[in-house]
Ligand binder design. Structure first.
Ligand SMILES: [Zn+2]
Length: 301
C-alpha cells in the first residue's frame, strides 16, 4: 500500500471511506461523524446514555449502508423491545443521507443510573437489519436477539447468522467535548469472491480472514474518533504491510430526513375519521412532529 496523500484528505469528518484488500478477499468501510452526529442528537433532549447509544447506532448504520450502491437503496437498523427502557431505536441510511431517533422511558432510564448496559436498556429485545435494494426491489432482512455488550456485537452476530459473512466491527463514541464525534470500522471476508461476486468459502477460521481480523481488530477506539487523523491515514496504519489496498475516494455523509407534509397526510389518512377528529385543534389543524428530526407540520384535516 502506498502512503496516503494527507493534503487531499484533510480531517475526514462526516465522511465514509470504502476499501478492499483484494489479496485477502476482504472489503471494508470506515466512517467518522462530527457535525452530522451533533445535529441528529440535538433534535431531541436525550440524556447522555441515550445519546451514546444513538451515536453508536448511527455509525453502524452508516458503515453498513455504505455497503450499498448510492442508487436509492436503503439500510435500516431497528432495535425493538417489549417493555424495555428503550422502546424503539431506528436509524436509516440512503444515498449518503443518515437519520435516526430513540424512543425511551425517561423515568425508568433515570432509575438505571449512569452508563446502563445494553441488557438494562433493551431487556429482551431484537435487532432487525434490513437492506432494501431499490434497483431490483429486493429486500433482505435479518433479526437477531439484542445480546452482548454493545450494538456492534449484535450487528456482528447479524452478519454471522443471517448472512454467514465473517465480519469485524469496531465503534467508538466521544461525546465529552462540545463537539461530539463517533467512528466505526467494518471489515468483511468475501472468500474467493470479488466484491459483488459470488461468495464461496467465507468462514471465520479461514487464515486470510484471521489475518485481516487481527490487523483490523488492532484499531484503537481513540483512532476512530481522532479528528486530526484522516481515515486514509488510519487505513495505512492498519494495513500498510498488505501488498494491495484499493481505496475509493471519500464520500460525504449528511443528515437527511425525508419527512414531508405529503408523507404525514398519507399517514393520517390511514387513521379512522373519529381518531383524526380527536387530534385536531380548534382551527381544524393536526400538528405532527417528525420523530427523526423534530420538524413540525401543520396539516389541515
Ligand atoms: Zn424529519
Amino acid at each position: 500500500m502506498t502512503p496516503p496523500d494527507r493534503i487531499r484528505d484533510p480531517a475526514s469528518i462526516d465522511q465514509l471511506l470504502s476499501f478492499t484488500l483484494p489479496d485477502r478477499h476482504a472489503r471494508g468501510r470506515m466512517v467518522r461523524l462530527g457535525p452530522v452526529l451533533g445535529r441528529i442528537l440535538a433534535a431531541h433532549a436525550y440524556p447522555q446514555g441515550i445519546k451514546e447509544l444513538l451515536a453508536e447506532a448511527l455509525v453502524l448504520t452508516a458503515v453498513m449502508g455504505a455497503l450499498l450502491k448510492r442508487d436509492g437503496s436503503q439500510l435500516t437498523l431497528q432495535a425493538q423491545t417489549e417493555g424495555g427502557v428503550v422502546e424503539l431505536l431506528v436509524c436509516d441510511y440512503r444515498d449518503g443521507e443518515l437519520r435516526g431517533y430513540v424512543r425511551f422511558d425517561r423515568e425508568r432510564l433515570a432509575a438505571l443510573g449512569e452508563a446502563p448496559s445494553l441488557g438494562e436498556l433493551f431487556g429482551g429485545g431484537y435487532l432487525a437489519v434490513t437492506f432494501d435494494l431499490d434497483a431490483t426491489g429486493e429486500r433482505y432482512q435479518g433479526v437477531v436477539p439484542l445480546e452482548g455488550l454493545s450494538l456492534a456485537r449484535a450487528v456482528e452476530a447479524y452478519f454471522a447468522r443471517s448472512e454467514q459473512v465473517p465480519t469485524l466491527i469496531r465503534t467508538a463514541v466521544d461525546l465529552r467535548a462540545n463537539r461530539p464525534i463517533a467512528g466505526a470500522l467494518l471489515i468483511q471476508h468475501l472468500a474467493e469472491g470479488e466484491e459483488g461476486g459470488a461468495r464461496l468459502h467465507a468462514r471465520p477460521e479461514h487464515p486470510e480472514w484471521q489475518h485481516v481480523a487481527v490487523l483490523g481488530g488492532s484499531v484503537a477506539p481513540r483512532e476512530l474518533v481522532d479528528p486530526d487523523l484522516p481515515l486514509s491515514e488510519l487505513l495505512w496504519r492498519l494495513f500498510h504491510e498488505e501488498r494491495e489496498v484499493r481505496v475509493q475516494p471519500l464520500a460525504a455523509v449528511s443528515r437527511g430526513c425525508r419527512c414531508s407534509i405529503v408523507h404525514f397526510e398519507e399517514v393520517l389518512a390511514r387513521f379512522p375519521k373519529e381518531d383524526r377528529r380527536d387530534m385536531r385543534d380548534d382551527n381544524g389543524v393536526i400538528l405532527v412532529d417528525c420523530a427523526f428530526c423534530s420538524r413540525e407540520f401543520a396539516i389541515q384535516d
